[in-house]
Design a protein around this ligand. Sequence first.
Ligand code: ADE
Length: 232
Amino acid sequence: MSGWKVDILTIFPEMFPGPLGSSIAGKALERSLWSFEATDIRKFAHDRHKTVDDTPCGGGPGMVMRADVIDSALSSISEIGDRPVVYLTPRGKTFDQKMARDFADGPGIVFVCGRYEGIDERFLDVHKPHQVSLGDFVLSGGEPAAIAIIDCCIRLIPGILGDGESLLEESFERGLLEYPHYTRPQVWRGRSVPEVLLSGHHKKISAWRREQSERLTRNHRPDLWSTYTAQQ
Ligand code: ADE
């Protein structure tokens, strides 16, 4: 199997694999179910000071990453093939489980991680990367967002999760949040596990879980709940 392939353009290649070297992603990495290469953008700087950024034209705070340097770094990636080039930015389309599935179904991703105020707009005009955001907040750079997105996609790749770990039951798969979970002890601090879960009655358990999923979604995520009810 050739595996799901990730390239990351970054000025902090040492941030990878970071947390992706542990747990599910780490095991899958060892099994070569996915692979990554972090490319240091600084290596493609055109001057001996290795400059990757400059002051914004028109003035203002912060620094802007140079289009020519990132362009050279992107050109160095071998076999982009059908992989989407993803630029991580708060102005991008919000990442969600559906986007994760689409990425996981493909051959991998090439990430461009910006720092500072962002990157020169002309790079975006020329390469038209997918612009993706993790949410309405500002990170200090794209790297933590790339790590979160990779983590989310890897667990969707066939063969990565064991048989016991069903993806269909989990949050967002059917437009609902996942139902609550319980384990031993049967009574803890005077609170019992719901009776129905101990009944062994699979139909009743399913019905209860469904009700709970609906209740949690209605209470915690009215936005998801409206979409869900509109589709029923
Ligand atoms: N870079 C900075 N903030 C970001 C965000 N919210 N999502 C993705 N990339 C980012």
